[in-house]
Design a binder for this molecule. Structure first.
Ligand code: MG
Length: 275
């Protein structure tokens, strides 16, 4: 009887140890999984604008290509005029120059914004930094493309012009450097093809879905469905403020006469799933 009782006790002990091991094992898996999920898109390895952050590898893009608008796109600039745009935040005409099918920033004339508002979209733009401009880091060759007028995809000469990685061409400014650097030299046209999905907010202005962005730069993937951390700011961690789904798209006058052509957009609905 005593032996049987001891054996039963040992058996219960073994079962307890087994259960504890299983729970500990599952907890370990959960920790690893949570760690992986949390680190998937948000690895705060470097401070904002850290000049020690490694520079993305230089990639030579394929043959230069242009892309006029597909039939269902809204043409925002087809080479004739900037009537789809206004001086940023006003009804006044956009102050940039148009000549030979190309729009050029007139420094000091101000940002320009689309007269129409957009949310989720596919967006195409071609831009060029004239050969004669002198570039030094963020100065001399800078513009920017802002969805909802506040989430910037940086436009900058990054061919032979070194700056902090999260401020390069193809970066989501102050957040994500481009995966690689396929920027063409000054005097040559670059293309951006973007899929932007805007954020969603609830009735209490709480965020229920962060914005995401995918960017092809000269046909090369440089942003892969990344989670935007908030409205673009300089030198600080970004955060969100609630806003309507649709808003104007902004092109930045940073004081440098960059050139643009072939700008078009295709608004996107929700993905349709088969039942
Ligand atoms: Mg900029």
């Amino acid at each position: 009887m005593k032996n049987t009782s001891m054996q039963a006790g040992q058996s219960r002990l073994r079962r307890s140890i087994f259960r504890i091991s299983i729970v500990a094992g599952l907890f370990g898996v959960a920790v690893v999984t949570i760690g992986f999920v949390q680190s998937k898109d948000r690895v705060f390895t470097y401070p904002v604008h850290d000049t020690n952050r490694p520079q993305p590898a230089i990639v030579t893009p394929g043959a230069a290509c242009t892309s006029s608008a597909p039939s269902d796109a809204i043409v925002l600039f087809g080479g004739k005029d900037l009537s789809a745009w206004s001086k940023g935040g006003t009804d006044a005409p956009a102050g940039w120059a148009v000549k030979d099918g190309v729009a050029t920033i007139v420094p000091g004339s101000g940002d320009i914004t689309t007269r129409q508002s957009f949310g989720d979209c596919q967006f195409h733009i071609e831009w060029m930094v004239p050969a004669e401009l002198k570039c030094e880091s963020q100065h001399g060759c800078n513009s920017g493309l802002f969805f909802n007028s506040q989430y910037e995809l940086q436009i900058l000469n990054s061919s032979g012009n070194v700056t902090y990685a999260d401020g390069m061409a193809g970066s989501l400014y102050g957040q994500y450097p481009p995966l690689v650097n396929p920027c063409r030299p000054q005097g040559e046209w670059n293309t951006y093809d973007v899929i932007f999905r805007g954020p969603r907010f609830d009735a209490s202005a709480g965020i229920i879905r962060t914005a995401t962005e995918t960017v092809f730069f000269n046909g090369v993937l440089v942003q892969d469905d990344v989670e935007i951390l908030g409205a673009t700011v300089h030198g600080a961690r970004a955060s969100y403020s609630a806003h309507p789904e649709a808003g104007p798209i902004k092109l930045q006058d940073h004081g440098d006469p960059l050139k643009f052509r072939n700008i078009w957009i295709r608004p996107l609905g929700k993905p349709q799933v088969a039942e």
